[in-house]
Write a protein of this length. Sequence first.
Length: 433
Amino acid sequence: MDPAASYPPHKTARWAIMVLSVLGFFLSMDVTLTTLLIEPMKHDMVLTDVEIGLLQGTAFGLAFGLASLPLGRAIDRANRVTLLKLGLIVWMVSMGATALAGSVATLMLSRIALGFVYALLIPSALSIISDLYPPSGARWRQASSLWAKRAVRHSAFWRGLIFDALTKLLVGSPDLTGGLVPWRTLYLAAAALALPLLLGIGLISEPARQEQEQRGRSLKPALRELWQHRSFLEPLLAAMLFSTMTFQAAAVWATPVLIRSYHQTPGQFAGWLSAVTFAGGIVGALLGGQLAEFGRRRAGRAGVLLPAIVAAALTAPLSFFGVAPSVVTFGILLAGSMLVGAFNATIGVIAITLNVPNEIRGLALGANVFVSAVFGAATAPTAIALLSSALGGEAKLGLAIAGICVPGALLSALFFGVAMRGAKLNGTEAVAP
């Protein structure tokens, strides 16, 4: 029997990919909105850099990470489409709560809720994608990166322009949005715009789980099987942790550096930031899928990590974007840093998908989220803020970014190499056809 026969028809799979791509766009909306508007939020709510780090990193990252393992297990056992609908509802409520927040505590609770949502929606979407096409086909590689590609396209550009336009409009008509300042208006609009997506998710059919040898497996046997892949998974999770740290530096602190050190406004950098986001996020995701396949052909399933070793090492010099001599150089280095971040995130997921059996794949993806979020995303932004303060204050933010990210990039490259060796020694190349 043809293995591809058990996969959904191409038309059904294409619709699912389209809806999941739109979902990815909405997930990126929170990230790009907060990154773009963090300085207006800082001034409106009188936030310190450490509080920004706690909001962007600790609150979000800890919730994201701590929820990832139990939610990853739920994804392995429950209806994933239903989980997507529930997660999107919580996302909308959290975005609305951010728009109406009157205190740091409310912002913190909203970020915690969004962390739980991301821990649910991202692995659910990836798990569904892995069951839409055979893993050895070109369509599977395209689908694995397409949802990330559409998630970031033009998002920073339009939000920056809209923010500047709203700011100018409200100077003359402050009651136009009911007294809400521009950054609050954008968050509220994002929550409302997600309503039609609920209908689209409801039209997705739950795909059959492929390559699944056992159903209804309890947690203990699943963890025992996951442990058998530790020579591959442990160093891979460490590599993804340090890669996440470097990516978070660009995602969280690039906009504050632009505003403080280069005296840019969101409207001024929105256009070229869109190009940076496009080049980094989209090209990185696409190259990750293509070069992972190149590595697989040359060195088997473990070989998908070969390009990640080189890319992670290149992140070290790119991490000096915060002390670049000009905005142009800043943009070039930032684009490269974001490209590598998306590149390695894609390769890490592909490596897990190819080297871990389907029945524990959601658990493995959840472990990746847990480690990257709790020890990477939750710590890097706050660590950079604290280091900046120790070095002399907000003016040293760019130097603090390099101080955290350069060693993180080198450690990431090292552990990607160890993971590749572990995959070969562990024989994970024979997991799936």
